[in-house]
Write a protein that binds this ligand. Structure first.
Ligand code: MLC
Ligand code: AMP
Length: 518
């Protein structure tokens, strides 16, 4: 870099600059495996992995797709991708080969990292799509990625990136058609992490040292960006769980100060008799998001633990948008609301014509700010559609802002089901159901579920003269799509309810099946 060049806006550099002075202190402790990673380990391992990527001579900003079980090494690889100046593309571990085939075909990654057990089918798909390198990574440090990286130097100069350069692509399903890749820049991710650091009062080692229980998957915004960036930017320690386990989390609470989760995890924590005020005595804040937190859960948690959950709202395209206050001086945390727009985030409510509505009026939520993504990967048309003429992003959520400025989400204009924090688009599931033998048409709806918040239910109509076996259909769906998308119940009916215009009346189906899992 020359003397008058702009500073390096690579997100990795900002995260690394926040490492504490004592590089030999613990950065991450894995609970299931009992391993401790120091900050020096993070520095060295990301350097080795970044040097491996450099050795592949990839074009700058190549897409690097990863479908690997959660492990500290997969987090380190994410950081190494940033460090080397490439674009990280995480994929849900539940996705099946059809789904992976679509993502790889669309994103054309130069490198694909998969679980060792998936190498045969996954590498075939990747090489067919033009991917040059396929590595494997297991959650027990196995696989070719680490075997190769170990031979590289543990020093590396981070690639110079501009704030508007891409850092990650997160696929998010579409209301029609297939998934879209939301392109997030280094600037999007860093600005949001810096805002949350202050707004949620993250404490560095010198300030008392936060300890985060990291129990979420790391292929989505919540676990990968909000949780990991938060801890890294504070130089705070993480207690790392490969998968969520309510009993284990309660056992860890006395050693922790911060917990982040989707509502299902709070419901499961409440089912643990060992969750008490005493267990939470050192906790500073419990944060919830990705799906609506029921008021019952919010109140039961406060009663049991003495802690008021802080609910916030965000999405893949924008990272975090609003948050209930952390500091009581900024107001109380209100159940049923997602708090205030974060500093620097603009939020407005508009009607169907795009006219801005006055306070306390329900309408479509639009947002803007340094956190709002750069558009959908190779979908300029779709990107244009999702922004207003004056540059606000249409979230697809329906909400209202009260007199005090608290935002509540009251619905969605997008036909979306959120099950246990994962998004399921009915149009996608209907498309797959309709391709199944004997199915004439189908309708997929979300119904209340006591654990997952919402559950996917399918109502299918057989072709004339044919019969459908609901169990066989479910089995066939399991082979095609990620398990969390598979309907928890399938009903076979002679016809779907329709209105005078011929549109399927999904509200009737929702009402009919409302009590199934409530
Ligand atoms: C698992 N299953 C689910 C499911 N998760 N079904 C519906 N919805 C889900 N979310 C399936 C399993 O495959 C299994 O099916 C059956 O349900 C029971 O599984 P389980 O053992 O109870 O599930 P478990 O492994 O414990 O996982 C549940 C969970 C997990 C809640 C821990 O879903 C999870 O980690 N959710 C968090 C998602 C998240 O991080 N979202 C953030 C998105 S970011 P079978 O058929 O095999 O028996 C975002 C932006 C923002 O939205 O604002 O943050
Ligand atoms: P994703 O596309 O996975 O990023 O999901 C984003 C969507 O999750 C948002 O558009 C909202 O519909 C929903 N969401 C996130 N946080 C909340 C919340 N706290 N309350 C209600 N819905 C939420």
């Amino acid at each position: 870099m020359t003397a008058d060049a702009e500073p390096n806006a690579n997100l990795f550099v900002a995260l690394r600059d926040a490492f504490p002075g004592d590089l030999d202190s613990a950065a991450i402790e894995t609970i299931e495996r009992g391993l401790v990673y120091t900050w020096r380990d993070l520095e060295r391992a990301t350097a080795m992995l970044a040097n491996l990527l450099d050795s592949l001579d990839l074009p700058a900003a190549s897409r690097i797709a990863v479908q690997a079980e959660k492990s500290v090494e997969s987090l380190l690889f994410y950081l190494a991708v940033l460090r080397a100046g490439h674009v990280y593309l995480p994929l849900n571990t539940a996705y099946k080969s059809d789904e992976i085939g679509y993502f790889i075909g669309d994103a054309e990654p130069a490198v694909f990292v998969c679980a060792p057990k998936d190498f045969v089918w996954a590498s075939k798909l990747a090489f067919a799509a033009g991917t040059t390198f396929v590595f494997t990574l297991g959650d027990d440090r196995s696989g070719s990625l680490l075997e190769r990286a170990i031979h590289f130097d543990d020093r590396h100069t981070p690639a110079v990136r501009k704030s508007e350069d891409l850092a990650a692509i997160l696929y998010t399903s579409g209301t029609t058609g297939r998934s879209k890749g939301a392109m997030l820049t280094h600037g999007n991710l860093l600005s949001n992490a810096v805002t949350l650091k202050t707004y949620w009062g993250w404490r560095s080692a010198a300030e008392g040292g936060d300890v985060l229980i990291h129990a979420l998957p790391i292929f989505h915004v919540h676990g990968l960006f909000v949780a990991s960036h938060g801890a890294l930017l504070a130089g705070a320690k993480m207690l790392w769980l490969g998968r969520f386990d309510a009993r284990r989390v309660v056992e860890l609470l006395p050693r922790a100060t911060v917990f982040m989760a989707v509502p299902t995890l709070y419901v499961r924590l409440l089912a643990e008799p060992t969750l008490t005020r005493e267990a939470c005595r050192n906790m500073r804040v419990f944060i919830s998001g990705s799906a609506p937190l029921l008021l019952d859960t919010f109140e039961a948690f406060r009663e049991r633990t003495g802690h008021t959950i802080l609910e916030r709202y965000g999405m893949s395209e924008t990272v975090m948008l609003t948050s209930n206050p952390y500091d009581p001086a900024d107001g109380e945390r209100r159940g049923g609301t997602v708090g205030f727009p974060l500093p620097g985030v603009g939020l407005r409510i508009v009607d169907g014509d795009g006219s801005v509505l006055p306070g306390s009026t329900v309408g479509a939520i639009e947002v803007r700010g340094p956190n709002v993504f750069a558009g959908y990967w190779r979908m300029p048309e779709k990107t244009r559609e999702e922004f207003s003429a004056d540059g606000w992003f249409r979230t697809g959520d329906v909400g209202v802002v009260d007199d005090l400025g608290y935002v509540s989400i009251v619905g969605r204009s997008k036909d979306l089901i959120i099950s246990g924090g994962y998004n399921v688009y009915p149009a996608e599931i209907e498309g797959v159901c309709n391709e199944m033998p004997g199915v004439a048409e189908s309708a997929v709806v979300g119904v209340p579920h006591s654990d997952f918040g919402e559950a996917v239910v399918a109502v299918v109509v057989p072709r004339a003269g044919e019969a459908i076996d609901a169990d066989a259909l479910t089995r066939a769906l399991k082979a095609r799509i990620a398990n969390f998308k598979v309907p928890k119940a399938v009903f076979v009916v002679a016809e779907l309810p329709r209105n005078a215009m011929g549109k399927v009346q999904k509200n009737l189906l929702r009402e009919q099946h409302a009590a199934l899992f409530a």
